[in-house]
Design a protein around this ligand. Structure first.
Ligand code: ASP
Length: 605
């Protein structure tokens, strides 16, 4: 990963004021002869003769070497103000690895502004430090160049997104945090009301309903860098609270929404990386599953799934002839794979649900080395090789079975074998359209909305709502970046008649709908414009642009897998007085707290 240049960290024309006259990382040969004051933390101290020491002073812009006389009381992470004369380093001692490597501060006068206890981990050894320790002392972790870079990059992304949205006529409107259930379907965080005991607010899973109401309210083009809260299990790309670029617009269709969002993400990516990403490709959900076995295709590499149905037509090999479909992927040069490697691929495919995995090493002359070669005629073997466009030295992996399963297994094997790290360039944004309106049935036999119940069906499929609901496509769409889902959105239903039909398909009765979303449906009776919107997951976008595989690296104060904030100790019990005031009695004491790391506050916090 690369850290920003000093020019990006000290915006042009920003003068050092207050206690300092220079930033540590900004000093250059051109400053030689100036007497400056710099402020920061002691990054390291190296003795230099009897009295002298080299003290590396660090601020958010970098490090400057200071030559200090009598530095014995200067310890790691002490906060100093150093006044000295910029001078060239002794010949041969320059350090090309840092931006100030040609110079140092000499004749230094040091003022200790604050002393520091020895830090619990060395900031230079961040990568070897357990994440739990870094999160517990996050304020120390934040001093590292990597975290400074990530937080500043995040701010740049926010600011570029705001510019792009404002440029397109969008207005930022803040929506409430104390809210009521919204329809994304995740578990919600509830906040007890003190004034209306027994009633609860809900933290918004997204501003979904609020933004649709803004459309009814005539706002026309809304956006917000919005905080959203979902009480779901955490993963590398998911936190309880996350940030979205949330948008909604009136009197437009899917094409315009895509154009708004595309401009925002392309401009932002260009602004923070200095490189315009490739044009955004659009493909339907069906095509994505067909070609990549997933609705989050990573287009940075090929290895597409290939149908072998025609190539194996008429075969007597039961595993192929008795299956709904036969599909394969080709790993160029993979023919060198050892038996144990191939066995582990078979194992992986089985774990993913496949009955088996057929491997074929393509030999010179178009001969197949495969445990099933003896069951396939020469013609079938040649047809498979031709369909896969396989060359000698390649490995072909084949799965037979149901369409969805072959897609899932081969889609995953394709990623296992070919996917670069998510943050590796180029940044390939992809629009996926025409998702199904429903994703299946719940335990009670009701259809489940794939996006949310306000998603407009595809105009050609509305009449299938009652007869063949699973075949109904929707006007919803996802944006994918390098195989990560970056966000989703849809054109909304603004007509009561269609909304009633969708609710009825979902098994939501009129009373139910009234109770859950009555205030939205009520508003629609007073004139709702056709509208649609989108939400881009900012934590994921920033992580990818920052070169991080984990969103915790781009969040100032993230939570652990178990939902704990190791620094503040949250969540923790509240006082009996507070509970009484809220009218709440805790029935089962949190004895399980012991398996949550760090729920006790660190000493001194
Ligand atoms: N509210 C949706 C979400 O958070 C996005 C949208 O449909 O605009 O996923």
């Amino acid at each position: 990963m690369s850290f920003p240049l000093e020019e990006e960290l000290v915006p042009a024309g920003l003068e050092a004021v207050g206690m300092r006259t220079a930033y540590c990382g900004a000093l250059r040969a051109g400053d030689i002869g100036r007497t400056v004051s710099a402020c920061g933390w002691v990054a390291s101290r190296r003795e230099h003769g009897e009295h002298l020491a080299f003290v590396d002073l660090r601020d958010h812009t970098g490090i400057i070497q200071c030559v200090v006389d009598g530095a014995s009381d200067l310890r790691s992470e002490h906060v100093l103000r150093v006044t000295g004369k910029v001078r060239p380093r002794k010949e041969g001692t320059e350090n090309a690895a840092i931006s100030t490597g040609e110079v140092e501060l000499g004749d230094c006068e040091v003022e200790i502004l604050s002393v520091a206890e020895p830090p619990p981990f060395s900031l230079d050894a961040r990568s070897q430090t357990d994440e739990a320790v870094r999160l517990r002392y996050r304020y120390l972790d934040l001093r590292t160049a990597r975290m400074q870079h990530n937080l500043r990059l995040r701010a740049q992304v926010n600011s570029a997104l705001r510019r792009a949205m404002e440029h397109q006529g969008f207005v930022e409107v803040e929506t409430p945090m104390l809210w009521t259930p919204t329809p994304e379907g995740a578990r919600e965080f509830a906040i007890p009301s003190r004034l209306q005991r027994g009633s609860f607010y809900v933290l918004p899973q997204s501003p979904q309903i609020a933004k649709q109401l803004l459309m009814v309210g005539g706002v026309d083009r809304y956006y917000q860098i919005a905080r959203c809260m979902r009480d779901e299990d955490l993963r590398a790309d998911r936190q309880f609270e996350f940030t979205q670029l949330d948008i909604e617009a009136s009197f437009v269709g899917q094409g315009e929404i895509h154009a708004f969002v595309s401009e925002a993400v392309i401009d932002t990516t260009t602004a923070v990386t200095g490189q315009r990403p490739p044009e955004i490709v659009t493909m339907t959900w069906n095509e994505a599953l067909e070609r990549f076995g997933t609705d989050k295709p990573d287009l940075r590499f090929a290895m597409e799934l290939v149908s072998l149905d025609e190539a194996v037509a008429g075969t007597e090999f039961k595993a192929f002839s008795g299956s709904e479909t036969v599909r394969g992927i080709r790993l160029a040069g993979g023919g060198e794979s050892t038996r144990s490697r191939l066995d582990s691929l078979v194992e992986r495919a089985r774990n993913l649900g496949a009955a088996g995995l057929v491997w074929m090493r393509v030999q010179p002359g178009g001969v197949l080395d495969s445990p099933v070669a003896k069951f396939l005629s020469e013609a079938h073997q040649h047809q498979i090789i031709a369909a896969m466009a396989a060359e000698p030295g390649d490995l072909v992996l084949i799965v037979a079975g149901e369409r969805a399963l072959t897609g899932k297994v081969l889609g995953q094997l394709r990623l296992d074998l070919g996917q670069p790290a998510v943050s590796e360039r180029p940044f390939r944004f992809t629009w996926i359209t025409e998702f199904p309106l429903f994703e299946g049935f719940d335990d009670e036999g009701h259809l489940v909305a794939a996006h949310h119940p306000f998603t407009m069906p595809h105009p050609d499929d509305i009449d299938l709502l009652e007869t063949d609901p699973l075949a109904v496509r929707s006007q919803s769409y996802d944006l994918v970046l390098n195989g990560w889902e970056l966000g989703s959105g849809s054109i909304r239903i603004h007509r009561g008649d269609i909304q009633r039909r969708v609710f009825s398909a979902l098994g939501i009765s009129e009373e139910d709908a009234e109770a859950r979303f009555g205030f939205l449906l009520g508003a629609f009776r007073y004139g709702a414009p056709p509208h649609g919107g989108f939400a881009v997951g900012l934590d994921r976008l920033v992580a990818i642009l920052a070169g991080e595989d984990n969103i915790r690296e781009v969040i100032a104060y993230p939570k652990t897998q178990s939902g704990a904030d190791l620094m503040s100790g949250a969540p923790r019990p509240i006082s009996t007085r507070q509970l009484t005031e809220l009218g709440i009695r805790v029935v089962s004491p949190p004895e399980a707290a012991s398996d949550k790391q760090g729920t006790t506050a660190p000493s001194g916090a």
